[in-house]
Design a protein around this ligand. Structure first.
Ligand SMILES: [Zn+2]
Length: 346
């Protein structure tokens, strides 16, 4: 889907004529005015992380931190928010805008502005469109200002108002909106040098459920990986593999057969291939716990309410294996089979 959207976007950009300027589909340099930087997932509420990761970097000029900051200001991360003016959901789409831009990113068959996954994906698409309009307006001299600020002003006041005023409209609400979003960007931007994590294993998020994109994911030193004794060819980081061995002994005692494991460590190339083949199931390459050898996909534990699933929920944490809440029913990507090693808290 990502490739499809990118292709569609490029097609649109290739055909779009704005103010006499034909936009091409060349990647643009990313501005520094609040619009760049890597997403700090720890600042994003857990249930929205997968959707944010998918939306981050949809186009070069609209970053994950910018989208996250915008959501904070729009709705305070409330998917049920409704404004007095009738704006709906976590990204506060007006119904008319949603009719044009709303898409079913959750894959449940309905494009719903109150579904956070649908809304965040559509917000990214719409922001990319507004960014294109802003860039075109700046390039043609039809407007002046900063591309990110013009894009935010367009989201708040509508692109027509920005075009009419040839820049940020003189509306107190819109100016305040732009300021507030830009002020919130820092909170959602990852700081520090990611390179320090290379080869040192993952940076575990505060709740142990997700890792930020870092060099090294999918490029682990093979000597740090161990094969499962009962499931050859499945590799995990050795401590995670040893913990799963112990969990499997208890599981086999209980159910009379070993735990089925279909997937463990994924190198970067397979993450890219899986993300292309199953965009709604696979994490953005470089962000999956499979890339750290700390996630296992289990066979026979679905659905979530099944006896085996409930047994694992009860006993897995004793061995450091947990089912992340984003992968549970009601989470952003329910996957009963996807379990992660977070270690045992002492
Ligand atoms: Zn998985």
């Amino acid at each position: 889907m990502r490739a499809l959207i990118a292709g569609f976007g490029a097609l649109l950009a290739g055909l779009l004529v704005v103010g006499g300027v034909v936009l091409d589909d060349e990647p643009r340099p990313v501005e520094d005015s609040g619009g760049s930087g890597e997403l700090n997932l720890d600042a994003v509420p857990e249930e929205f992380r997968a959707a944010l990761l998918d939306a981050a970097g949809r186009c070069p000029g609209v970053s994950g931190p910018l989208l996250a900051a915008q959501i904070e200001v729009e709705s305070g991360w409330n998917p049920a928010a409704v404004s007095p003016a009738g704006a709906q959901g976590i990204a506060q789409f007006m119904p008319g805008t949603w009719r044009t831009w709303g898409r079913d990113y959750s894959g449940d068959g309905v494009a719903d502005p109150f579904n956070a996954t649908d809304a965040i994906g559509s917000q990214a698409d719409y922001m990319c469109h507004l960014r294109d309009l802003s860039d075109a307006g700046l390039a043609s001299g039809a407007m002046s200002g900063d591309a990110v600020q013009l894009t935010l002003a367009s989201y708040n006041a509508g692109p027509g108002a920005v075009a009419k005023h040839r820049g940020i409209p003189p509306f107190t609400e819109t100016r305040r909106y732009v300021d507030r979003v830009l002020a919130a960007v820092a909170k959602y931007t990852l700081t520090g040098d990611d390179g320090q994590y290379e080869g040192q294993g993952p940076g575990v998020s505060a709740d142990g459920t997700y890792r930020v994109s870092m060099p090294g994911s999918g490029h682990l030193d093979p000597s740090t990986l161990c094969e499962l004794s009962w499931s050859p060819r499945i590799l995990l980081r050795c401590d995670a593999a040893q913990a799963l061995e112990r969990l499997n002994v208890a599981y086999t005692d209980r159910f009379g057969a070993p735990l089925g494991v279909s997937d463990g460590y994924r190198d970067y190339a397979s993450q890219v291939a899986i993300a292309a083949a199953k965009p709604h199931l696979a994490a953005k390459p470089g962000t999956s716990n499979h890339g750290w050898g700390l996630a296992a996909d289990l066979i026979g534990v679905s659905p979530e309410g099944s006896e085996r699933y409930r047994w694992l929920r009860e006993h897995g944490p004793t061995y450091g294996w947990q089912h992340p809440s984003w992968a549970r029913i009601g989470g952003s990507k329910p996957e009963a089979w996807h379990w992660e090693y977070v270690g045992v808290r002492t």
